[in-house]
Design a protein. Structure first.
Length: 432
């Protein structure tokens, strides 16, 4: 049987054929979706979160909501209802806003036909079009209340998992609201699977301690060297190629990122002329690997350098202040990233270390206060989203007060690039 290289290796939105199961991850996930708790799948970008869902759940078993920075809880719940074909009409609404204040405004309350068959729906539709009141035909639900949403889904006989993807894009206040809502959904045996890019445990428990025994967390990291070998071997058999000459270097140069492994394997095959299963075995040589590494470094370089420039916010240089009166934390953070010990960056940087290291390189070290740095760190994700840096490349864990790289390709880029040269090209907001 012939297989396309792009289906065997690489990063894509469908399940890749070199996917391997890991006991520490796949078994935990399979058990988690059966034990009745809400499920949190987390890890750096391109480390296998979405693939885990694609591997173990059929499309008809779940509904999925993609989050964005503008998404509010009510938007998520409306999307779920639409995907489950639960018909509703939004209540009218100046009164709703006045009665409940700013939080529960127009569009939060909905009405559902009391009888859920097609004739009732048709009658409801007619009555809406004729602008006649038919309150006896409706039950009212408030989508701002998780209790109401739970009752509605249970009465509709919903038995699907609800996947919330890109949870990390949501505003912090929305994440906090959903952390409380998950507690209610768990009481009603509605299973949400939350996917988020962060690297520390208990992220949602920081928002709501009641979740402690009500969620099961499934971290997709770390990947072991043996796991990567199995990925490569599985792809080798499907495409009839041999990576044995370069396997060790390929794995070590990918810095524990399965996404990088997949992309380099794909490029190696393409450079070797293998776009689908080869009739004769093709050996991947050192020269081929070197070319693939160089190509991938360039690919990642374009994206990461653009992200660094956006992060530094060079647009402010056009103002009269030219950034001189500001503390320019974004610039100094990128400067630190490009000059600090690579090993320390891999481990993560504590707030105390960040404060100390930024003071060492800052033009006004005495003005760099812990509170100002804290405000910058607390808004780190929002800052990246505003700058259209997707996915975010760095995350700050408020609980552990640790900053960690969460784009798994960034380590590869930092190790292969000329960091000094890139820093020179990053516009300094302090210069005219």
């Amino acid at each position: 049987m012939s297989h396309k290289t792009s289906d065997v290796f690489g990063v894509k939105s469908t399940l890749i054929k070199s996917y391997i199961e890991r006991n520490t991850v796949d078994e935990k996930f399979k058990n988690a979706i059966q034990d009745g708790n809400e499920v949190i799948v987390y890890g750096s970008s391109k480390q296998g979160k979405t693939s885990l869902i694609l591997k173990h759940l059929d499309e008809e078993q779940y509904v999925k909501v993609e989050c964005s920075p503008q998404t509010q809880p009510v938007d998520i719940y409306k999307s779920i209802l639409r995907q489950l074909n639960i018909g509703y009409i939004e209540s009218e609404t100046s009164e709703t806003a006045n009665e409940h204040g700013g939080k529960v405004g127009a569009g939060f309350k909905i009405k559902i036909p009391f009888i859920g068959d097609t004739s009732a729906s048709a009658e409801v539709s007619d009555k809406i079009s004729n602008k006649r009141n038919a309150t006896t035909m409706f039950v009212e639900y408030n989508l701002a209340l998780a209790q109401d949403v739970s009752e509605l889904l249970k009465k509709s006989g919903v038995d699907k998992f609800i996947v919330i993807e890109n949870f990390h894009y949501l505003e912090l206040s929305v994440q906090e609201t959903l952390a409380y809502d998950l507690r209610v959904f768990q009481d009603h045996h509605l299973i949400f699977i939350v996917l988020g890019i962060w690297r520390e445990a208990n992220r949602l428990i920081q928002f709501n301690g009641d979740l402690l025994d009500r969620i099961t967390e499934v971290p997709v990291e770390p990947w072991e060297s043996l796991d990567f070998q199995r990925v490569i071997e599985k792809g080798e058999k499907l495409l009839n190629v041999d990576f044995s000459e370069v396997r060790e270097q390929l794995i070590s140069d990918s810095f524990d990122s399965v996404g990088v492994i997949q992309e380099i394997c794909k490029h190696c095959c393409i450079i070797a002329g293998v776009t689908s299963t080869s009739e004769d075995k093709v050996t991947i040589t050192q020269d081929i690997l070197n070319e693939a590494l160089e190509r991938k470094a360039q690919d990642y370089g374009i994206r990461h350098i653009r992200n660094f420039e956006a992060f530094v916010d060079i647009a402010r240089r056009t103002s009269n202040q030219s950034g001189k009166k500001s503390l320019a934390f974004p610039y100094y953070f990128i400067k630190l990233l490009l000059t600090h010990s690579f090993e320390n960056i891999e481990k993560g940087l504590s707030r105390a270390v960040l404060l100390e290291e930024i003071r060492k390189i800052h033009h006004r070290p005495d003005d760099v206060r812990s509170g100002d740095l804290g405000a910058f760190l607390h808004n780190l994700t929002e800052h990246q989203i505003v700058k259209k840096i997707q996915p975010p490349f760095v995350d700050y864990d408020r609980g552990g007060k640790m900053l960690k790289v969460i784009d798994s390709s960034l380590y590869f880029f930092l190790k292969h690039c000329d960091r000094e040269e890139i820093l020179e090209d990053i516009p300094n907001p302090l210069e005219d």
